[in-house]
Structure formats: structure tokens, C-alpha cells
Design a protein around this ligand. Structure first.
Ligand code: SAM
Length: 216
């Protein structure tokens, strides 16, 4: 790890609104972390946490938690959260597959999956955040009918996700889909919050794919 990353990694642990596997509440985040009973929204693989920060500013009546294994990235979002005194936003350093141990069943209302690693090699399918395996993980803490938002630049990952949906059949309900979100007249402003990775791909002219769906 480079010096700057190491410094951020050390510092992030001392900041308010940061949790790791040792310090995170064992479930009931509204009571123990946010101190306010409000719908909980997670950004999975949040990186620098653009969705957490911007949605928390837009929706003070909801609580937002960014989850990633890379603490030094979350440092950026966390600084913003603390400087702006956003009481409804926090970050949790954890592998996403561990989340069922940290939430009650149906504790979470909504998920954002923003530009996840595509893991295109055949044997890494299970690690994709839209795999049937991960949908099963989300079912353990997402409310029945809870919404999942998924954004990607990656055509093979989007096609793979559509195949997973086809296999899931009636267990999935697609609410909205776009193969070119930024040229879609129906796009809502909150779907267009650009993340670090998103900006990179937009600059290269890659259309952004988006799907909003429900797990039944
Ligand atoms: C390509 S980056 C995208 C970051 C950010 N969402 C964005 O759009 O700029 C993917 C992020 O997902 C995180 N990640 C991938 N698999 C994960 C897992 N199983 N648990 C936690 N974080 C994961 C990586 O650490 C990385 O920060």
C-alpha cells in the first residue's frame, strides 16, 4: 500500500461514522448508529461513496450506509459526511457477503450497486454483485419488495445480469431499464449522480446501463 493510502487507512478508523467488522453494530443500525428510525439505504461497493453522500443530502428522511472493503477510498466520502454534519450517512468496511450477520431480516429498504467489478473470468461469476448468489445474500436483509438499483458501464456484466433475471423468473420484477441512461428522457436526477468510475467511462463515451428492480 502506498504512503497516502496507508495514511488514509489509519486516519479513517479514527473518524466518526466509520465502522468495521469489530466496531459495527450487530444489527439495529437505526438504534445504534444513526440514532433515528428511518428507512436504510445501502451503497454496495461504494468506493468513494458518491451515492451515500449525495443521497444523504437529498433525503434527510432516510439513512445511508456505504459498504466497501477499501477503507482508504471511503475516507473521501466520510470526510464529506463529517464536514457537512450529515447525521444520516455512514460507512462500513466489510465484505458484502458478511452483511447478513450485521442486519436483521428486512432491516434494509433499498440498495445501490454502482459500477461493481465485472469479474469477467468464468470462474469468478459468483463474485459479481448481481449473481444469483449475491441476490440470495441481499434477500437475507432487504425488505420483501425492496428496490435494487444497478449501474454499470460494462456490457458483458449487464447482459449477464439480464440472464440472472431470466433464471430468477417471477422472483424479480424489473421496474426500469436503460441501455443509455444519460440519453434517456425518463432518467430521474438521482439516477444520474456520477461516481468516480462512472465519470471515467463517460469521458470515454461509454453508455451507462441502469436497471431498477425488485426482489420478490
Ligand atoms: C470498480 S469499484 C467502483 C467503486 C464506486 N462504486 C464507483 O462507482 O466509483 C468497485 C468497488 O467494489 C468493492 N468491492 C468489490 N467486491 C466487494 C465485496 N465483495 N465486498 C465489499 N466491497 C467490494 C471494491 O473494493 C471497489 O471499491
Amino acid at each position: 500500500m502506498g504512503r497516502k493510502k496507508l495514511e488514509r487507512y489509519q486516519q479513517v478508523k479514527t473518524l466518526p461514522n466509520y465502522y468495521d467488522l469489530l466496531t459495527a453494530p450487530k444489527k439495529n443500525w437505526n438504534e445504534w448508529a444513526f440514532k433515528k428510525e428511518q428507512p436504510i439505504v445501502l451503497e454496495l461497493g461504494c468506493g468513494y461513496g458518491e451515492y451515500v453522500v449525495n443521497l444523504a443530502k437529498l433525503y434527510p428522511q432516510k439513512n445511508f450506509l456505504g459498504v466497501d472493503v477499501k477503507a482508504e477510498r471511503m475516507f473521501i466520502g466520510l470526510k464529506d459526511v463529517n464536514e457537512n454534519e450529515l447525521g444520516n450517512a455512514a460507512f462500513f468496511r466489510a465484505p458484502i457477503q458478511f452483511l447478513p450477520d450485521f442486519f436483521n431480516q428486512a432491516e434494509v429498504d433499498e440498495l445501490w450497486i454502482t459500477f461493481p467489478d465485472p469479474f469477467l473470468k468464468e470462474k469468478k461469476h459468483r463474485r459479481r454483485l448481481t449473481s444469483a448468489y449475491f441476490l440470495g445474500v441481499y434477500r437475507k436483509f432487504l425488505k420483501p419488495g425492496g428496490i435494487i438499483n444497478f449501474k454499470t458501464d460494462c456490457d458483458p456484466l449487464f447482459e449477464y445480469t439480464e440472464e440472472v433475471f431470466a433464471e430468477e423468473g417471477d422472483a424479480i420484477e424489473i421496474l426500469f431499464k436503460s441501455y443509455d441512461l444519460y440519453n434517456d428522457a425518463q432518467a430521474k436526477p438521482e439516477w444520474l449522480i456520477p461516481t468516480r468510475y462512472e465519470k471515467m467511462y463517460q469521458e470515454r463515451g461509454v453508455p451507462i446501463k441502469y436497471v431498477q428492480f425488485r426482489l420478490k
